[in-house]
Design a protein around this ligand. Sequence first.
Ligand code: NAD
Ligand code: A1AUG
Length: 527
Amino acid sequence: MSFRLTYATMYNPPEAMHERFEAALARVEAGLGAQHRLFIDGVDRDAPRYALRHSPFDRELRLGEFGLAGDNDVQAAMCAAQAAGPAWRAMPVAERTRLLHRVGELLEERVYDIAAAMVLEVGKNRMEALGEAQETVDFFHHYADDFESHAGYNHVLPDDPVTGFASHNASVMRPYGVWVVIAPFNFPLALAGGPVAAALVTGNTVVLKGASDTPWAGRLLADCIRDAGLPPGVFNYLSGAGREIGEALAQHPLTAGITFTGSVPVGRHLMRQMAGGAYPRPCIAEMGGKNPCIVTERADLDRAAAGIVRSAYGMGGQKCSALSRLYVHESVADALIGRLHAQATAIRIGDPRRHENWLGPVVNATAYENYQHHADALRDAGANVLCGGARIGLGSGGRTALARGYYVEPMLAEVPLQHPLWQHEMFLPILTVHRYGDRDEAMRLANDSPMGLTAGFYGGADEVSWFHEHIEAGVTYANRPQGATTGAWPGYQPFGGWKGSGSSGKAIASFHYLAQYLREQSRTVVE
Ligand SMILES: NC(=O)c1ccc[n+]([C@@H]2O[C@H](COP(=O)([O-])OP(=O)(O)OC[C@H]3O[C@@H](n4cnc5c(N)ncnc54)[C@H](O)[C@@H]3O)[C@@H](O)[C@H]2O)c1
Ligand SMILES: N[C@@H](CCC=O)C(=O)O
């Protein structure tokens, strides 16, 4: 297959991709119900307790039993990672990168099976799941290549201008030690695998914690790392609750650095923890979004509608990059809203295993409750609900085919600007709309958020530089039908947030990313 899968190309895959996915799904479903252990010091290890997990699209579908790590497991994983550190960082870079490329190859060999598991576990559709699995493959290769191309970020500097001595200088970048990676539920493989690959290639050893709702994806990553033959202890995997295992990892004295991807409150809490203690330790926190899109009177409205619907409702709005605020010029508002209404109400909602369904359920009971709460709050505040706003799954009395899952309708509403939900990351398929008269007013509103992850723009070609110049966001898209605010891919779009969306100002898969996993040592040696 010559087709190259990315989030920008996933809307038009070849038929062969569906056939392979169907075969993988059958294989994975045949193994449902198994027990999934932790991975510590090179071996699969029993957890003290297990949680039985079900699929969000069918609360009666048993996925399996997943280990809940305890304090002893945290301690064992941290000690194993610490013990493995010296040999791992001393390993020649070419050997380290060979092992990471091997992980990438194994992930790619298993891409369909892993994607099938993520459809079952997260409820995302098959193309989103295949995209995520392939993105993880690309992260491993990308970071291995990037580290080699930067020659380990080491530099020989000029000798000191002293007479009578030869004083040689160098800048050398060295790993920190044990790096903890904490992953979110929505991209449980890619946003685990990306930081893991970065930490490992730079010579750190890793303890990964998967999100409580999605322990399976991380375990499948652990399988690939185990099978690639990384030395014991270099990578360890724990599943369990954030408030228990996540806290214990952040507080552990051997933790040298953390990459956290998740919500703003947890990210800021971890940043504070890492700044405290005996001395501050690095915390790369990739956090939430409240992503805007501006549509001017000169926009191509068909392109705009396609991109907006994909970004607002894809994966049920459960992407950090999801579009949640739309500002449209009053002269084209009715025409755009008409297109959005037609497309949103035509979305096929249902069992995400099935080819024809584009939108699966939201992830859990809390998200399902939140949807009702937010939809009611918008209605009560006098919003003009243009479509959606109802739960159509579990307990809703609706279609039998949806009755066992957390299904909701994509919602579109014109909302008074003072409503607090313009500021709150709902992480649901809810798009709020405002008609503006003046372009600068639209920009002011778009930037009126403590977050600044992604942003979209549809307008005239000569308006794009205005958008770039003024928008406060780390990832921007102009006139893109493949997604107004979503769909970054390693090697094509570096991905990172400004303001409250990210702690570092450096994007994942960017030229500047790996250096964050290293600390500089200046070396002067006088002969
Ligand atoms: N900026 C990005 O690249 C990016 C990417 C994906 C998701 N996100 C954000 O993630 C959020 C959705 O994911 P989520 O619901 O899994 O986020 P979350 O913050 O609830 O959880 C993220 C991870 O942190 C763990 N955790 C929770 N409490 C913890 C604690 N006290 N100490 C340590 N770890 C703890 C969780 O178990 C999970 O593994 C959204 O806000 C979304 O925007 C951001
Ligand atoms: N990389 C994904 C978003 C990941 C966050 O949830 C995108 O660009 O849409």
